[in-house]
Ligand binder design. Structure first.
Ligand SMILES: [Zn+2]
Length: 120
């Protein structure tokens, strides 16, 4: 659960995992955040392949260079922890808004007790 003494919640980019303190801007979407650096990377990919409807080939794993595959693999290595932390954060916010463990459990397809045990 969030530390009530903590002055602010720490947000991380959903794409590169950098915390808000290490980037200039962070934009939120439904359940995700993206930093200005990742937006710039997306802009560069879009500009490089303006008419391509398929995912840019540099983003398809079969065509990625080894160094990029290793970088993606390193990112995936901590993905589960980042998703768990993001889910905990959302559960904390819901609890702060007095949403019951039953409702949180229902959203996750688990019992009230299971939701409380995981996030309480
Ligand atoms: Zn980012």
């Amino acid at each position: 659960m969030a530390d009530p003494e903590s002055p602010a919640r720490m947000f991380r980019c959903s794409f590169c995992a950098k915390p808000q303190t290490e980037v200039a801007k962070m934009v939120s979407g439904p359940g995700v955040l993206i930093c200005n650096e990742c937006v710039k990377l997306c802009e560069d990919v879009m500009a490089a392949y303006p008419d391509q409807l398929e995912p840019a080939s540099i983003m398809v794993p079969d065509k990625m260079p080894i160094e990029q595959l290793l970088a993606v693999l390193r990112g995936y290595n901590t993905a589960v922890e980042r998703v768990d932390a993001a889910m905990q954060d959302l559960a904390d916010i819901l609890r702060e808004r007095n949403v019951s463990w039953s409702v949180i459990g229902e959203a996750l397809g688990v019992s009230r007790q299971a939701a409380w045990k995981r996030f309480g």
